[in-house]
Write a protein of this length. Sequence first.
Length: 357
Amino acid sequence: MSRPTTVPGEALPTQPGPAQSPRGADPAGPPSGAPGAVPQDGSAAPAPRGHDDVIAGAGPVVRPGERATVRLREDGSTTEEAPRYAPEWLELRESADAAARAVELLDPLRNRPSGAPGGTGGLVVHDLGCGTGSMGRWLAPRLDGAQHWVLHDRDPYLLHFAAVASPQAAADGSRVTVETRRGDVARLTPDALDGAGLVTASALLDVLTHEEVGALAAACAGAGCPALLTLSVAGRVDLTPADPLDAEITAAFNDHQRRSGLLGPDAVTAACEAFAEHGAPVHVRPSPWRLGPGDAALTAQWLRGWVGAAAEQRPKLREYAQTYLTYRLEQLEAGELHVTVHHSDLLALSRTGGGTP
């Protein structure tokens, strides 16, 4: 299929969200391969003619003076606000996230000391930026033994989804229980993780700053628990068939993720250094999304956000980006497009527990 030379009169989706990153409900959401988001006024972003609209709320709604991260107000207020990420987007990406996560990193977690409420001996897991709880649904059935999951997010709407759809049983049939906590995952302290046997997150690291990643590593080290942090963007995207504009859009998107001091594709390197400062061995494995014709709905949302973020970061791209986006969506509809969105999974082991992969 040849690329059209011009598509007049159409606007790109604006205010795209970050991946994963999934912090979906949390800093884990898009850009770890993020969909187009909604403008600051909350209205749905425009999509190219002939294609479905971007899911409203699929990316973070950034308000004036506020960063697209998961945090409470400084005064501790719990005023209800609209969700930052749409549950529809988190549902759309959940199967791709599950297929991408590096299962080999679970091996050292199977022989670990466990913290538990009331000293019951079960594993206590703190899921940071849990969104709708996809990490728990993936991980809990892969570990033996009783588990108690503490779900953290700033969005009470998404916390409700996570609690309702939480897993009921571990791999060996042991009971899994949950509780929810609304709070700022970027300012965790060892006290907040008291009794934790594991900290988890998806698509979180890339929407934190260097200082926040350092605080997270310090909190995990202070609590003496390992951290499994999945689906951080790696800054690489492969599209087949290739196009000359792929590299420039990728570079612009990566710069967009680094805005306002966020780590974006530098997050895994920063996290490795931060955990190493506390003597915690760190293991990193690839966890790419591999999207083919069967993933058309997810790929379409990701494409709109990826291209839209690039054009927002580098306005000179806007002249070409709309044509590129329309062309890629047409390839997708024809079953001709394959996309690999590269992520990395990181396991940081505490000095007091865990083994080595």
